[in-house]
Structure formats: C-alpha cells, structure tokens
Design a protein around this ligand. Sequence first.
Ligand code: ADP
Length: 449
Amino acid sequence: MISKVLVANRGEIAVRIIRACREMNIETVAIYSTADKDSLHVKLADEAVCIGKPLPRDSYLNIESIITAAVLTGADAIHPGFGFLSENAKFARICRECNIKFIGPTPEMIELMGDKARARQMMIEADVPVVPGSEGTIDTAQDARVLAKCIGYPVILKAVAGGGGRGMRIVWNESEIEMAFNTARNEALSAFGDGSMYLEKYIVEPRHIEFQILGDAYGNVVHLGERDCSLQRRHQKVIEEAPSPCISPALRKKMGEAAIRAAKAVKYENAGTIEFILDKDRNFFFIEMNTRIQVEHPVTEMITGIDLIREQIRIASGERLQFTNKDIQIKGHAIECRINAENPKLNFRPCAGKIVELHLPGGRGVRVDTAIYPGYSVPPTYDSMLAKIIAYGDTREEALSIMRRALAEAVIEGIDTNIDFQYDLIHTDAFNEGYFDTSFIEKNLDSIL
Ligand code: ADP
C-alpha cells in the first residue's frame, strides 16, 4: 500500500488530493513555487517543499525538482492532478524508473492516447465510432484539401498533440483550407512542439458527452456514467452536469458500452475519460481520451457515491476494483459551475489580486472544492479557476434550485470573478430546459452578459 504521496500540483486539485490521502491515513507532501508559499495546499499537507520560481517550467513542470523532492521526503507515490505533468509520459516513465508509483495510467497508455491521431486509429479497431476524418496524420495543405472535399465542409483541423481546447481550427470552405492548415500547424508547433495535424468532419452544434472510466491492473474496467459538458466557451468547459439531461437510457447504455470497449482496447489502468460528441441525430463519435482525473470529476462522485481520487490511489497500489458495473447505482443529479478569476464583460480577461472578502456557499446539497481563503492573493501566473461549486439534488430541478441559491450566496471581493455570469447562465431558458449545445455561450453571449 502507498504510504506517502507527493502531490505534484497546486490549487483546488492539490487540496482535493491531500484531503483524500488524509482520509486514507496516507501522508502527504506538497510542492510549491515561490508564488504559492501562502497557498492552502502547502498549509494542509504534512510536509511541503519549495521547488522553484513561479513560472510553471521552473516549478510545477520541472521534473527533476519534483522527483528530487519525492526522493528526499521518501514519498512512494506521486499524484499529478490535472494539467501540468498529468499527461506527460516522460514524467510517468521517470517515476517508474525511480521506483515511485505514478498515480495514473502507464507511460505507454499516456503516450498512445496523447497522440490523438493514433488514438483515433485504436478506436476504429475497437469498433468505437469516430468522427469521419483522416486516417492518421495529414502532412500537407494539399492533402487536407483533398480529404476535406471528400468528407464535406465544415471540417476541423486538430493538432495531434493538442489539449485544453487549443490547437484546433474550424474550416468552413475550400478557400480557407490552405491558410488554416499552415497557421494551425505553426500554432501547434509553437504551443506543443509538434506540428502534426489531423482532420475531422466538424459536427455543427454538438453536445459534449463524456464517460468516466476506472480500470485496474487486472483488466477490470467499469464506467461511472456520463457527464454532459456541452456548455463551453472557446472549447473549454464552463458548466458540467451528470447525468446528461439529453440522453435516453438506451443511448446511455450504448455509449457506456463503447466507452468500456475503448478503455479495454488499451488495457486502461486507473481513472480516465472517454470523450464523445453527439450530433443532432443522436449519433455519437469518440473525440479523445483523457488519461487523468478531470476538473469535473465531482459531479460523477456525487451521483455514484464513489470517491474517484481514493479509487485512483487504490488502483495505483495494485488493488482490484471492488465493484462491477452492476454495482454502480446512479442516483440524483449534480451540476458544477467553474468559478474563475476573470471579467466576462472584458472578454473574460483573467484577473489576479487579493481576496478581501469571501463567503462561500454551503448548506444542503452544496459542495465547494477550492483552495482560496480570505486574504489569499491570487497569483497572475496560473490557471484562473478559483473554485468549483457543485450542487446535488434528487432531480435536475432540485440541483438547479440549489445551484441558483448557492451562486446567489457566493461573495468573492477584491478580484473579478464570473459568479454573476454563471448565475445568469443557469437562469437562461436553454439551461433550464436542458436544450443547449457547445455553441450556446458564444451565440448568446450578448444576451447573457
Ligand atoms: P481538447 O483536447 O483540446 O480538449 P477535444 O478534442 O477534446 O480537444 O475537443 C474539445 C472541444 O472541441 C469539444 O468538446 C467540442 O466542443 C469541440 N470539438 C472537438 N472536435 C469536434 C468536432 N469534430 N466537431 C465539432 N466540435 C468539436
């Protein structure tokens, strides 16, 4: 069994992992940059090691410093959280070489799924539907033109190494394809150090539905139902909920089975997510697999009662899954709003600074995952997410009414936040009725603001 976990992350996810470890009687080591010396994860962990300067490459992405901190503190496992090194196969490999358990899948699985074109091929072989598109990568603008003509516009060009909603370009007609290909390739090269591209049919106004997967080292795989993450801005999720308000039990069963086939095809170990998009005719297509815990994991925890971080640690310790899909009961409905330090009225400009007044909502059906506290200074260097407010009720209507009052109660003063924006968003007719797609926020921005 793992006895000491180094948490290679910061912010709310570091706090979430430290809490799970404490409940399991596992010691914790926090790492932090000089910008994070007053952060909550540093205060909550049993030990803390400063690993460098504020810029991620000098601290949270610095593999050598992190491994050194683990060795010096005697940590026998590392939890990478999300972002930073969580999907870095090299990091997972070095952990393995240093005899430190990486709480996540093997480096080989991360590598395979991190190459989105190869992942597509694997899914085709596993009989999981993928969006019509290229077989492998496309090397020239001319190849992109020929393929796009064959598939039909619009198409989307995607970086093989892309992530976080970056490295994608929608192309509406042939006159744009050459320039789009060249710009997208250059952007991918500078953002990810890899200019390889692939192409897919662009599904207009889809829903984003993803399945949570858990797999152990013995080939057992379960899914924990879906999350609907269709409310997005610039391909980034804004609100997530589970179950999806738009899929039938029959479709859920079909998609869940496909998600399990996808995970089994790569002998997936630990927690992962199979992402699909759903078109207007309710056809679903695999878009990618994320080989880490996700921001939105709490909504799944609320409706299944399963602690996903605990399961990740158990699996990494070599334990077997203690349940099968038949044992997993989906109960109630959960909604998560991401609270960011940003100004929606100024094109969502991120904001740093001191929190002078803070009231976080609580009470029945409310869970808040955060690392902020009164007097905390939000550094300008990192992701703008401050907190996740999760509302849980027996039905979607109940979860929604709890979320409405939770957002109305929330006060964060001293910095800009999107609390009011989220409040307005959940009051739209579309959200109340459950009818929206990934383009909803962009199309209705003026009326929501
Ligand atoms: P990332 O790894 O950057 O998150 P994804 O492949 O998961 O990229 O896509 C992110 C979002 O982009 C999806 O949730 C969806 O909104 C949109 N998207 C991706 N592929 C397509 C597609 N073929 N058609 C329409 N929208 C897409």
